[in-house]
Design a protein around this ligand. Structure first.
Ligand code: UD1
Length: 419
């Protein structure tokens, strides 16, 4: 059933919100669990469509994957019998590519359909393939399937030409059960890379250096089951911090890791927001109209590209002109046309958006073009006069658990309706 969100804007948000577990860690760890021929419990999972789809996919592959409660998956791969993930199974999830590394690690063979997920331009996986090949696999792409096979995987040194979260994690998954030592150079340092490495280590893997740009993996013969709790979602936390800022509100975002939020906190402070940073919360107090700032998205610890649309929304009501430079993806400004429907004044030239801050936005009908763009539109709608209708919620639901409930609990007025 198609649904849409109706947002009545101009409500100041006040109150508390609790951040769920990290989506991008979850979508790596669920496939990673099949590297163990035993039972893994993953706790603090966000209850979102990407997690549910991955769990369904594993079930189709002979893994017993069940929710023990809303946020905990029990993954029992002792009777797994399949190394192939079809297009039907993976079309909705970009991160289904992690099945490649995990299946290759476990079976030395994998067949996975080209991933779906968010479309913001070309999303190559050449660095993943380069890594698998260096470990000794033959990889071919035919009829929309990526097929990888190896007699054995042997550790080696792999230099990534671009800093890629996906390639870093995927190579770790393939390498933990390989013979000898694998070294990934120019590795991504995102919190979910570290969290996935910690999960693998809790299963008995030997991964060192995650969080730096050199990761060293000493292969082990087998992995055991594990009980693991996922870190909080940096992007969801940032989204709610920006929600506080864009409504001139007073919002405490609980259950976050302040260190992960530094690039966002720095920008909000520069804009004139007051922050009270605790051990596991940040209170965001925004009274006046905020100042324009320039932002460049970069791999961690830089400003995350996945908060770029939310930041565009905030800057479109700031005082002055801001420049956002997208430093990760080639084509991540498609949603700007939707933001313009709400009255934003933005010009895009290649990877640069020039945003002239308006005193106010005004409600309109808009369409989420991808997951984070959808979140950006929700935030813009909170700041807009009148009523905004947001369609294409399937994107937002891929990555945010109960976004309207969390925002409404702080005074927003958002209704989900069936079309
Ligand atoms: C992950 C996140 C996504 C986020 C992105 C960057 C997940 C499930 N998704 O995506 O939300 O926006 O990190 O923080 O964790 N590249 C190549 N060749 C490759 C792989 C990547 O050229 O083989 C390029 C991409 O085109 C892009 C850049 O590297 O320009 C970063 O991509 P990558 O970090 O791999 O993104 P994902 O892991 O797909």
């Amino acid at each position: 059933m198609l649904e849409e969100l109706i947002v009545y804007g101009k409500r100041k948000l006040q109150g508390e919100v609790y951040v769920s577990g990290a989506k991008n860690a979850a979508v790596a760890m669920i496939p990673a669990a099949i590297l163990s021929n035993d039972i893994c419990y993953i706790e603090n999972l966000p209850y979102i469509d990407d997690v549910i789809s991955l769990s369904d996919t594993l079930n189709e592959m002979g893994v017993s994957c069940e929710f023990v409660d809303r946020h905990t998956l029990k993954i029992d791969s002792r009777n797994m019998n399949n190394f192939c993930a079809t297009y039907e199974a993976v079309k909705k999830i970009r991160a289904s590519y992690y099945l490649l590394g995990a299946l290759l690690g476990r079976y030395k063979k994998a067949e996975v359909a080209f991933p779906g997920g968010c479309n913001f331009g070309t999303r190559p996986i050449d660095q993943h393939i380069k890594g698998f090949t260096a470990l000794g696999a033959d990889v071919v792409v035919e009829h929309g399937m990526i097929k990888a096979r190896a007699d054995k995987l042997v550790g080696t040194k792999i230099y990534l030409d671009v800093v890629s979260v996906g390639a870093t994690i995927n190579i770790m998954l393939a390498a933990v059960l390989a013979e000898g030592t694998t070294i990934i150079e120019n590795a991504a340092k995102e919190p979910h890379v570290v969290d996935t490495a910690n999960f693998l280590n809790s299963m008995g893997a030997k991964v060192k250096g995650a969080g730096t740009d050199v990761i060293r993996i000493v292969g082990v013969k087998e992995l055991s089951g594990a009980n693991y709790m996922i870190i909080p979602d940096q992007i969801e936390a940032g989204t709610y911090m920006i929600a506080g800022a864009i409504t001139g509100g007073d919002v405490t975002v609980h259950n976050l890791i302040p260190k992960h939020m530094e690039s966002i906190s720095a920008k909000l402070l520069e804009m004139g927001v007051d922050l009270d940073v605790g051990d596991d919360y940040i209170r965001v107090i925004a009274k006046d109209r905020l100042k324009a700032v320039n932002v460049k998205t970069l791999p961690y610890p830089g400003f995350p590209t996945d908060l770029q649309p939310q930041m565009s929304a905030l800057l479109s009501v700031a005082d002055g002109t801001s420049i956002i430079t997208e430093g990760v993806w080639e084509n991540r400004f498609q949603y700007i046309d939707e933001l313009k429907r709400l009255g934003a004044d933005i010009k895009v030239e290649g990877r640069v958006a020039v945003i002239k801050g308006m005193k106010s936005l005004s409600g309109a009908q808009v369409c989420a073009t991808d997951l984070r763009a959808g979140a950006g539109l929700v935030l813009a709608a909170l700041a807009a006069e009148g009523k905004t209708t947001i369609t294409n919620l399937q994107y937002i639901d891929r990555g945010y658990e109960e976004i309207e409930k969390k925002l409404n609990a702080m005074g927003a007025e958002i209704v989900r309706v069936k079309k």
